[in-house]
Design a binder for this molecule. Sequence first.
Ligand code: FES
Length: 381
Amino acid sequence: MLKFFSRKKESTSSLIDKSNERHTPKFHKLVVSDVRRETTDCVSVAFDLPADVENFYHFKPGQYVTLRTTLNGEDVRRSYSICSSPFDGELRVAIKRVEGGVFSTYANTELKEGMELDVMTPIGNFTTEFVADRPKQYVAIAAGSGITPVMSLIKTALKTEPESKFILIYGNRNSASVIFKDEIEDLKDAYMNRLEVHHVLSREDQGSDLMKGRLDEAKVKAFADKFFDLDQTEAYFLCGPEEIIHASEKALADLGVPKSKVHFELFTSSAETTNKPQSADTSAATGDILSSVTVILDGDETHMEVSTKGKTIIDSALDAGADVPYACKGAVCCTCRAKVLEGTVQMEMNYALTDEEVEEGYILTCQSHPTSEKVVVSYDE
Ligand code: FES
């Protein structure tokens, strides 16, 4: 049996990010300090943080980093959630191999201690501030590799709030595919009575109907009925495939849980989604306009002409030579976030920005097209 804590680095410092400022994401070259096999198709990867860059890698639990390298001559970048807690004093991500996945296959088969990767500074909204002011309950519903940011949230909540409780509902195919199985058991031992874990397996019988099958709306409601104290629950964290997030959101909404208490992180997005996420259209324009677009990054301006029905703002900026940040280009990761300072844009999809961010004028530049003659967006805001 794998023992997960056997090679754990002794931490001397916390990497907790206490600021409320969001910095512009930046890549730094970091050396891989450890590659640990978690399951047959998942590794976790830790990085050395030299003193001159460590400050840039302070993070909040639930955030992620984008990794970049060149494979077969192509620039490949993918975002992965941080599974360590800031209190572990370690930056570690989990990478599950996906079928046909170029980066995840590389990480699971070739990546070794001592190799270098470009690692973007941590970002992400799938977090909350843990404060030890009163006993609270937190609930996470995760599936597959969706456990990754949840691990960081659980460890941070239990350490920061000594009177609070965390309930994890974790869906997988079978017990062999449970990522962090031993670490979860160790946490249960360390935080007896404060961490409650329910494994739901779709292809393995655990002797209970509730624990068998897929995490759907009915199952989430059944768990809530049996185990959640809806009034005491401070926040819900949903992480995994789109259908599980939607089913859980719907179940919680039906139970009267306010939307503000529900945080979610989508791990894959379906282009053919029937439940299209919110889009932002800051104008009534529908025709094609050739717009004069300025992007600001680190105080530098890049100017270009972009048509409403042409390339996105980020692709136009990359064509123009600006080193603007991106990862998924699929409306999921939020790495390409910028603020509209002037003009209007239309955003095709958004799985990543909060309602508040959209109201404040933030956009995903990988999804945005200009709809006014002049547009200015800034990555520095
Ligand atoms: S690059 Fe991921 S949301 Fe735009």
